[in-house]
Design a protein around this ligand. Structure first.
Ligand code: GLN
Length: 542
């Protein structure tokens, strides 16, 4: 029997519900249970694919090509369970599907309503693809009291009646603010938030209380009394030094025990936490440090590079070093002394991105890394910039550019309107829809035997996740190879460059895909482990 754990948030947003869900799933997994985490987003976009990274942070991409909320990245990093399209739903997607069904006439003349049609669709989503699982954790985005989350709360309330009260557990995550003037933690907002939840028929069984100070026993007792939960089920959650300490911290506070108790599963043996112990030990006892300059555009919004940041941390874990990430705004480089900014770096990374702004700064950074033999890692747009740099400065293709930035006579990077996927030929139109139309999800690449890429992966064929509309133009391959760039990874049909590298450089790799999406703290991505190892060698040279 699959059991469901519903996670709601109250008082304020940004409480780390996603991290809590991921950590709890990891703890249940460490007890031998099979888990999956899903995210319900109440906004009206069909998916976050068209949202600005400034608004919504990174768009996380799954193997099956879904553009999803960045919390799915946390889920995958903590559990190792690959996320799927069916793990993220938005109000927009629910309404779109219902309206399409209504237009087809599927409702046979009925009046289409929020209850039952929208709530049924939400419940169907919660239960989709959950056979063979012990626990499904569903995180409801937003905060209790938001108008848009009401249909989701109503749907999860109904789930208890549908599948049995003993098969669901409700966890509510709140904030206990500290009032410095009074010198006290305040429980009232939590009481109100739980009262609001009870007003819509949900009595939470576990409360996760975020606060800056440990919760005194008296406050726990008070919250328990007013919110109608056992005192042990009031979990105190303080900020952790690293997100990878969070599973251990929640375990020490009894979160997993309380959730299992809510299901009547008290007798479960304790979790095996060696994996998380080992990660914490490596993170907190580094044997050195490296500085990595990330030359990007969204550097003011750290969530825009969430998976990238974590993958760099994982590269540090693999090499037992602390990785200091220096965020460098590519736009500031333009017309400036690039060397002064980049000389302190042991590695330079140009990440994915969209649009022309900052591109000359990125190209200048590639050139610096190439000429000074500093380890370079280009991801997606970063690889495209590396190819344009080589074309302009080594191959004599003066006007080399990408059609993303406007019409050009030398489209070293260009929009592709046709390519092969596992499902068959994909075609797109210039000027077509922006949502869901990029080359998305897992694609294979074949690696050249004598390359750094093949050595790093230790395999001739790899599969990585993509999210881009433009490709390095294979017609420039010969000229770029003559300029010293090796095309070491290609799509199986040989038409789409997937990896380029420079054999004459200590470590220079550009990839068209997003390796950061698959990196995990207990299984660092080999490219990030390799890049940080190269940066470590560089740090010993300078
Ligand atoms: N803007 C580029 C493209 O669409 C790169 C995208 C990315 O870096 N994810 O091809």
């Amino acid at each position: 029997m699959t059991r469901f754990i519903f996670i709601t948030g109250g008082v304020v947003s940004s409480l780390g519900k996603g991290l809590m869900a991921a950590a709890l799933a990891a703890l249940l997994q460490a007890r031998g249970f099979r888990v999956r985490i899903k995210k319900f987003d109440p906004y009206l976009n069909v998916d976050p694919g068209t949202m600005s990274p400034y608004q919504h942070g990174e768009v996380y991409v799954t193997d099956d090509g879904a553009e999803t909320d960045l919390d799915l990245g946390h889920y995958e990093r903590f559990t190792g369970v690959p996320s799927r399209q069916s793990d993220n739903i938005t109000s927009g997607r629910v309404y779109r599907d219902i309206i399409m069904a209504e237009r087809r006439g599927d409702f046979l003349g009925a009046t289409v309503q929020v209850i039952p049609h929208v709530t049924d669709a939400i419940k169907a989503f919660a239960r989709a693809d959950t056979e063979d699982l012990d626990f499904v954790l569903c995180e409801i985005g937003g905060t209790v009291g938001d108008i848009e989350s009401l249909p989701f709360l109503e749907a999860i309330r109904q789930m208890a009646a549908d599948i049995g009260r003993n098969n669901v557990c409700y966890i509510h995550c709140t904030l206990i603010p500290y009032l410095a003037a009074a010198g006290e933690l305040k429980t009232k907002p939590t009481q109100h938030s739980v009262a609001q939840l009870r007003g819509i028929g949900i009595q939470p069984q576990v409360l996760v209380c975020r606060s800056e100070h440990p919760l005194p026993e008296g406050d726990r007792a008070k919250i328990a009394l007013f919110c109608n939960v056992p005192k042990e089920a009031v979990i105190s959650a303080l900020d952790a030094p690293s997100i990878y300490d969070v599973p251990m911290q929640y375990h020490e506070q009894g979160l997993d025990d309380q959730v299992l108790a809510a299901f009547g599963l008290e007798a479960t043996p304790p979790p095996r936490l060696t994996r998380w112990d080992d990660i914490s030990e490596r993170l907190h006892n580094p044997e050195g440090e490296v500085s990595i300059g990330v030359v990007g555009k969204y550097t003011g919004m750290k969530d825009a590079y969430k998976s990238l940041t974590e993958a760099l941390v994982h590269g540090g874990i693999a090499n037992r070093v602390k990785v200091n990430i220096r965020w460098l705004d590519a736009e500031e480089f333009e017309g400036q002394d690039v060397a002064a900014r980049l000389e302190p770096m042991h590695g330079i990374l140009v990440p994915g991105g969209f649009g022309e702004r900052g591109s000359e700064g990125k190209i200048a950074s590639v050139r610096f890394a190439r000429e000074r033999d500093v380890p370079f890692f280009g991801i997606c747009l970063g690889m495209q910039m590396a190819c344009i740099e080589a074309a302009r400065n080594l191959a004599g293709v003066d006007g080399a550019s990408t059609t993303e930035f406007g019409p050009t006579d030398e489209p070293v990077v260009g929009m592709i309107t046709e390519w092969m996927s596992a499902e068959g030929l994909q075609t797109r139109q210039e000027g077509g829809d922006l949502g869901g139309t990029m080359r998305l999800g897992a694609y294979e690449a074949q690696l050249s035997g004598n390359s750094v890429a093949a050595a790093i992966y230790g395999a001739p064929v790899i599969s990585e996740r993509h999210r881009h509309r433009y490709e390095v133009n294979v017609h420039y391959r010969e000229r770029l190879e003559a300029a010293g760039l090796m095309f070491s990874g290609m799509s199986p049909d040989g038409l789409l460059p997937e990896i380029v590298e420079r054999p004459d450089h200590p470590w220079f790799v550009g990839v068209q895909f997003h390796p950061e999406l698959k990196s995990k703290p207990f299984d660092p991505h080999p490219l990030f482990a390799g890049f940080i190892a190269a940066a470590l060698r560089q740090s010993r040279l300078v």
